[in-house]
Write a protein that binds this ligand. Structure first.
Ligand code: ES4
Ligand code: ZN
Length: 327
């Protein structure tokens, strides 16, 4: 019983959380009512009952439907503020939050509304919760390169409100190569770059993210173990993998938590750590991910817990001075 206490209490960084994936059914219904949006589910219970996913796409369909209630700056603030409170309760001291502007601009919500609401919560978290929070803009990979460039254009007046860009949504059939030119432009702008790769897609997509997008981290990346040369490359360069245990089991990337390859990733010397991905949809926030992972995999010890927390800080985009203070 000592290990769960350690897992809960240790300071940690979260590097893979989609803010739209922190929208709890209760808040979805509250915002639907506030905004006069009609949901295709009669109740909170009926919505939650629909959270039975078979793969990434079956989740994304419901995730984008849930986000349809977000219309006003206050809605984005309320969503992010709720997440930041959960993060603080889990002893997350630093978080790098993904947001999907195209999910909102496509519905006529101005980019400005999204970023202002999120930014307000980020600033309040610093003073009110002692949580350091940064934003990472994600491009939806099922949309075109042209639409990604148009989104970047809309974001430029708010350049200093986010620290980097990422790539998410439906992976298979939308390889990193599709966004090579967009990411080149983002790197010129001094933005950090990350991408989802090797969640459902093959190891070749991880190579592409590194070679073509020159990403500094890989989100998920769990399929790297199928490619020994790739594992060696990730180990040597210490490119971090932002692993999401509950996400991987809920989306059937692994049949059960006992089948998760995080112990093998750590044994291979990779800079992997634990993250919540879409906590409102996958059954829990940071500490729940740690608790369920360690419960299902008894070979994981306090040493591994410490390594995961240390890796989370090493992989973060904070300055070297702050990093040394945490590591
Ligand atoms: C996502 Cl788990 C996952 N994978 C890809 N894109 C996403 N967007 C939100 N969650
Ligand atoms: Zn993700």
């Amino acid at each position: 019983a000592r290990l769960p206490a350690l897992l809960r209490q240790m300071p940690k960084a979260e590097l893979h959380i989609h803010i739209e994936g922190s929208l709890e059914p209760e808040l979805i219904f509250k915002l639907a009512q506030r905004n006069g949006v009609t949901l295709p589910y009669p109740s909170i219970e009926a919505l939650r009952a629909a959270y039975a996913f078979t793969d990434l796409q079956s989740f994304l369909d419901i995730y984008y439907a849930g986000a349809s209630v977000l219309l006003k700056e206050e809605d984005f603030f309320d969503m992010a503020w709720a997440y930041l409170g959960k993060a603080a309760a889990d002893n997350v001291v630093h978080t790098e939050i993904f947001f999907d502007p195209q999910t909102h601009t496509a519905r006529g919500v101005p980019f400005e509304t999204v970023i202002k609401g999120l930014n307000h919560a980020v600033h309040r978290a610093h003073t009110g919760l002692g949580v350091s929070a940064k934003l990472i803009l994600c491009f939806l990979r099922h949309l075109s390169e042209e639409e990604a460039f148009a989104t970047l254009e809309k974001a430029l007046p708010w350049r200093h409100h986010f620290i980097g860009v990422g790539l998410d949504s439906s992976e298979v059939g939308h390889p990193p190569s599709k966004f090579e030119r967009v990411f080149a432009r983002c790197r010129e702008l001094g933005l950090h770059v990350v991408a989802h790769a090797g969640e459902e897609g093959p190891p070749a997509y991880i190579h592409e993210a590194l070679d073509l997008l020159k990403t500094e981290r890989i989100d998920h990346g769990v399929r790297c173990l199928e490619d020994a040369d790739l594992v060696e490359r990730l180990a040597e360069t210490r490119i971090p993998l932002t692993v999401c245990p509950l996400s991987n089991t809920k989306l059937c990337v692994f049949p059960t938590m006992a089948d998760h390859n995080l112990p093998a990733l750590l044994d291979a010397g990779l800079c992997a750590m634990v993250n919540s991905d879409d906590p409102a949809y996958f059954g829990g926030y940071m500490n729940q991910n740690f608790i369920e992972l360690f419960a299902a995999l008894p070979q994981l010890t306090a040493r591994h817990a410490y390594q995961l927390a240390r890796n989370s800080f090493e992989a973060s985009f904070v300055g070297e001075e702050q990093k040394r203070a945490w590591v």
